[in-house]
Ligand binder design. Structure first.
Ligand SMILES: [Zn+2]
Length: 361
């Protein structure tokens, strides 16, 4: 298994300000198939401009609307001309709080999140080797993350950015992953509970009058939970403001539903000032049946209450054609604005045909 597949095995990485002129109108009726938009994650440092031309022409012909491209500036600069040529939206896929081996962050061990056990994510990586989380509360971290995102926004021709890993480390893993890690996470375990750094505790204490570490069970304290939701929300909204000033769009890939996202990774995503959102309804990771594609999508739509478009993300690995067809049908039955697929490398010819057929029905 390559590293990227392994990341996806964990299931978590994959990735509109009201009144903004960039706002899509989610309340518009979906009259035609073209109103149901398709996105896909892709990337690849080895692809030439000619490779991108061929790939994106193929995606356009299949009816795709946009691509979420990983790999940073060198990759984007090769992909953007092809996206423009074929009339596809192109957004940069960016990791936000999880920064394994980030060369700048590595020079600042004090930027990393600290667990309730007192271990820094800089030294002790929870669950997997590629988990190394920054603390969202620290002003220096916010500045570092913000500036990096704004630099990407300056890339000529880019339509927007898509935030991935924009959350805390999983304090609770999706149910379908417990066995894989040999854990029974029916409660918050200290080694996976972040962030208890000095800055977070001091800021919280200044606001609420007590230190979360003095609580018998910090997991039951609603103010402490809210503090951490707000810490991520604050950062997201700050980034959104900068992105909109630069006339770009911003979205995020988030956990399947707002309630699960809050519980598992402290992601209060229905409150964020995004232009649209990609809930990753990777139902097998949640040990759910395929009907979860519809249930989770509807919960997200309900919580968003028309504030922004929602594209349900579907993980193509470990699926057959019947499941792909069923997933498309289930999401199409909702008021979702479309779907996003993870990822291009998994989109074989059979799946391409299946998706196209399912959309026609
Ligand atoms: Zn912290």
């Amino acid at each position: 298994m390559d590293k990227r597949q392994f990341i996806k095995q964990l299931g978590l990485g994959t990735a509109a300000i009201v009144g903004s002129p960039l706002l899509f109108h989610s309340c518009q009726p979906k009259d035609t198939i073209s109103d149901f938009k398709l996105w896909i994650w892709t990337g690849g440092g080895n692809k030439t401009e000619a490779d991108w031309d061929k790939e994106l022409e193929g995606l356009k012909n299949l009816g795709f609307y946009g691509v979420l491209v990983g790999g940073g500036k060198p990759v984007l600069e090769k992909a953007i001309p092809a996206a423009k040529k074929h009339g596809l939206q192109i957004h940069a896929w960016l990791w936000t709080m999880n920064r394994p081996g980030d060369p700048t962050a590595q020079q600042h061990p004090e930027w990393y999140a600290v667990s309730r056990e007192g271990n820094s994510s800089f030294d002790v990586r929870p669950y997997v080797d590629y988990y190394q989380w920054l603390c969202p509360t620290k002003p220096e971290v916010q500045e570092f993350v913000f500036n990096g995102m704004m630099e990407v926004c300056e890339i000529e021709g880019l339509d927007g950015i898509q935030l991935d890993y924009v959350r805390y480390c999983d304090v609770i893993l999706p149910r379908g992953l417990w066995e894989k890690y040999d854990l029974v996470q029916d409660h918050e375990m200290p080694e996976f509970d972040f962030c208890y750094c000095e800055d977070c505790r001091n800021k919280f204490k200044a606001e609420q009058g007590y230190d979360p570490l003095d609580l018998d069970d910090p997991s039951t304290d609603s103010q402490w939970r809210q503090f951490r939701y707000d810490s991520i929300t604050h950062l997201v909204n700050k980034i959104a403001e900068g992105v909109h000033q630069r006339k770009r769009q911003i979205s995020a890939s988030v956990f399947a539903t707002p309630s699960l996202a809050r519980k598992m990774v402290r992601q209060d995503w229905d409150k964020w000032n995004l232009d649209f959102v990609f809930p990753m309804v990777y139902y097998k990771f949640y040990a759910e049946d395929i009907g979860f594609m519809k249930r989770a999508t509807e919960e997200g739509l309900n919580d968003l209450n028309g504030s922004k478009p929602l594209y349900t993300a579907f993980y193509l690995a470990d699926k057959n054609d019947k499941e792909v067809a069923e997933a498309v049908k289930l999401v199409k039955d909702t008021k979702a604005n479309g779907m996003a697929f993870y990822d291009y490398g998994l989109l074989n010819e059979s799946f391409q045909k299946t998706i196209t057929e399912a959309l026609k029905q």
